[in-house]
Ligand binder design. Sequence first.
Ligand code: ASP
Length: 331
Amino acid sequence: MKRRNFIKNASLTGVGIVVGSTLASCTENTSEDKSSLTKVSFPLVIGTWNVKRAATTAGEALEQGVVALDAIEQGCKIEEADEKNQTVGKGGLPDRDGHVTLDASVMDNHGNCGSVVYMENVTHAISVARKVMEETPHVILAGKGAEQFAYEQGFTKENLLTEASKKAWEAWAVKSEYKPIINIENHDTIGMLAIDKNGDISGGCTTSGLAYKMAGRVGDSPIIGSGLFVDNEIGAAVATGLGEEVVKTVGSFLIVELMRQGKSPQEACEEAIKRIVSKPNSNYKNFQVGYIAVNKQGETGYYAIHKGFSMTKYQDGNTINIPSNHYIKKS
Ligand code: ASP
């Protein structure tokens, strides 16, 4: 999967983004939009961006009868292992000092969760996050501690910096312009939510974070409630985009709570985006955030600040990438 330049996407398409008192959804009302609200059948998988291979892997595993968390892990591992994907796992773009550092989280249908932050040298951060959840009394392990724990659990040490990512970093390092708000071409976190045959929901999220970030920076993806939240009674949500903005609004938890209050997944995603862009002095024209969500009934929703975001869905044996038609329009 190629990295997306959110800023470029927004400006090239000429989407003027003005947020007034009402937040208008730019939808083309495709048949998928309608069916996503009405058609319910399990198992079901949704993922951020175009992750058809990962979603298909997860969906097919669910058809075989695995539980949602197993499917999430299997799906996310596909992207983590793909060296061409420069936003997760092996091949992820490094921080400004040339270190590839990974963040990941999982949450299951029992409300258990685990995450790793700023972990180096281990490709499958999603699996280490699961081990944190299942094998430790803790919820989050960071940095060297997370890495050491991974080795103890049998994970292999690997150099995650591929030649392609090294070259990209070296090119960036010529000017070393550290502009976290503008330089956000890499918001391709893999967020995945699944409902298994039992109707139980789990989720996962894995990323190498912002390219050329400051050493030590951690985004939203491993922060339970921000990058990911699952409540098996209600539904689940996962985020991608500029993590700092997601953390400030505790976006995924917010979406689940809005669904608890009766909003559909689509309405809840839109409201969570509204919380970000309607803040006084919000710089939202210069960054992207996208959410996907599912409720207990299997209804799904997705929404982003700018055009360019898409959701992948596996249902009834088919995997589709749903066109990017849910974002803020001029109002
Ligand atoms: N949300 C991630 C972060 O801020 C980045 C991404 O979505 O690619 O680390």
